[in-house]
Design a protein around this ligand. Structure first.
Ligand SMILES: [Zn+2]
Length: 274
């Protein structure tokens, strides 16, 4: 029963994350355009009033505001047969998929930790990680407005005993997570003259370190790099991406982080691969 309730909350959370993933990058661009206008003295761009709650959810194609019954996770998608009720534009299958994945993630937390603060904290952490992975896939951004709160909320959760990581391990996790990728970045930059990743990746790994402790980091970096490089090779061979196209690392860090949240260690990683 607990698991079922957690899954229902997860479904609703997944539905909210779809909205966040779509709107947050637009809000950031809006903000940059306004700042740019301020400094350059050009007129403020239109569409200034845009945030998470306004305008109400609408079809991106025909702008029709969605009815409450179009906003039920998964069911609405099935009833509408994956199309906008108004204009018939097809809705990406990603929306219900994200809802299902987040529901499973919440159910997993309830299964592992019962109805506890630890389950709630980790379910929220996992939800935010999934949103970050999707935003990075879509836009190549890992917004500070998400990564930074994820770092300090990990430290707070640890101090309250809501994670199984001691505050000292969590603190060193945040430091080591940031510094290790920063170092890789600096070396890569000196050797190749190219930016191998963005500062968002350092902050994301710092957040994973804060939530999972420094001990989890070697396994996470190893697994993320391995899967990331494999994916890059596969996508290049199948010509889905060009040779020098930017390639987001965040989704692989998140994937490795999620596996770690549910209690898989470095040796288990090796077992997963070999
Ligand atoms: Zn429409």
């Amino acid at each position: 029963m607990d698991i079922f309730i957690a899954a229902l909350i997860g479904l609703q959370m997944g539905s909210f994350l779809n909205l966040l993933v779509w709107r947050l990058p637009l809000m950031m661009e809006c903000e940059w355009a306004q700042e740019h206008a301020q400094y350059s003295g050009s007129p403020l761009p239109e569409q200034a009033a845009f945030n998470l709650f306004f305008p109400r959810s609408h079809c991106p194609a025909c702008k029709t505001t969605l009815r409450v019954r179009d906003l039920i996770p998964i069911l609405s998608y099935l009833f509408l047969k994956g199309k906008c009720a108004h204009c018939g534009t097809s809705i990406s299958v990603r929306y219900p998929l994200v809802e299902i994945v987040v529901a499973l993630a919440w159910a997993g937390c309830a299964y592992k930790w019962g109805l506890t603060w630890q389950a709630l904290a980790l379910a929220l952490c996992v939800s935010v990680l999934i949103a970050l992975a999707l935003i990075d896939l879509d836009t190549m951004y890992l917004p500070d407005s998400i990564t930074l709160p994820l770092i300090w909320s990990g430290l707070i959760a640890s101090s309250l005993g809501w994670t199984s990581v001691s505050l000292v391990d969590a603190m060193w996790g945040a430091v080591a997570g940031y510094l290790s990728l920063w170092l890789v970045y600096q070396i890569f930059l000196r050797v190749t003259g190219k930016e191998g990743m963005g500062a968002g990746d350092f902050k994301l790994l710092a957040a994973l370190g804060a939530w999972l402790g420094w001990m989890a980091l070697p396994g996470i970096v190893f697994f993320a790099s391995l899967v990331g490089v494999l994916m890059a090779i596969i996508l290049r061979i199948t010509q889905k991406i060009k040779a020098d196209a930017p390639f987001p690392f965040g989704p692989y860090l998140v994937l490795a982080g999620l596996i770690s949240v549910y209690g898989v260690s470095i040796t288990d990683y090796l077992g997963l691969i070999f």
